[in-house]
Design a protein around this ligand. Structure first.
Ligand code: GLP
Length: 241
């Protein structure tokens, strides 16, 4: 596991963006696993700027997004589909049919997850971008006594509902269920890029990266992956030894 700590957000975003730019330069049809949340917005901004400057093209690339709320339409501003179009997809030359997003309105959520997993099997991820939840979740794989391997439907943890309430008018509005790639779907990626910012994540960063490997801290399983890069700002990395 390679851990890098940055003094400025801009440097972190630029470093992260360069990982994608270099991957696409050597493999233009790379399969990119993408994430939502506030953490990757700077990275996406950087990729959009780089695209406009002609430094990168997504024309032949494929994308898979980690997760989506159940029962939220793609045109709802809180949906992860809306987020991805707003911050990245509508600004670059990705082909619409190369974008894979879980459909939160699918009539059969289980079947939607199974179909997504089949597509992932056909197009293995070259890189998976991840953020980190305050409870150690990755995507929406919440702490539990066991974890699901494949893309599945989850009931969101109270801590996650509270953390995500800032995006909704009240906590009651936060969807209680989501669809998410499983731990196995994520761990199959050839490379994993975990980005974490902020003092409020320092304790969970330490647990995840240097604590015991446990399903109670889903991100700790990343310690078992052979090619993980972790990018932290000073605050998020301050408890690491
Ligand atoms: C959400 C997403 C995760 C994300 C996490 C952290 O619950 N499902 O994929 O990593 O929250 O979000 P943020 O970057 O806003 O702290």
């Amino acid at each position: 596991m390679e851990i890098r700590i940055f003094d400025s957000q801009l440097q972190l975003d630029e470093y992260a963006a360069n990982i994608f730019i270099q991957l696409l330069a050597r493999k233009k049809d790379a399969v990119l696993g993408l994430a939502t949340g506030s953490t990757p917005i700077g990275l996406y901004n950087n990729l959009v700027e780089s695209y406009k400057e002609g430094k990168v093209s997504f024309k032949d690339a494929y994308t898979f997004n980690l997760d989506e709320y159940v029962g939220v339409t793609p045109d709802n501003e809180q949906s992860y589909s809306f987020f991805m179009h707003k911050h990245l997809f509508s600004h670059v030359d990705l082909q619409a049919e190369h974008i894979h997003l879980l459909d939160g309105m699918a009539p059969n959520a289980e079947e939607e997850c199974a179909s997504f997993e089949r597509k992932l099997d056909e197009k293995p991820l070259d890189i998976q971008l991840l953020g980190l939840g305050h409870n150690g979740h990755i995507a929406f794989n919440e702490p539990d006594t066991s974890l699901s391997n494949k893309t599945h439907v989850v009931k969101l943890d109270d801590k996650t509902l509270q953390a995500n309430a800032r995006f909704f008018s009240s906590i009651d509005e936060v969807p209680k269920h989501a669809m998410t790639m499983g731990i196995g779907s994520i761990m199959k990626a050839k490379q994993i890029l975990l980005i974490v910012r902020g003092a409020d994540k320092a304790a969970i960063v330490k647990e995840a990266l240097q604590g015991p490997i446990t399903t109670q801290v889903p991100a700790s399983l990343l310690q078992l992956h052979a090619n993980v890069t972790v990018l932290l700002d000073r605050e998020a990395g301050r408890m690491l030894v």
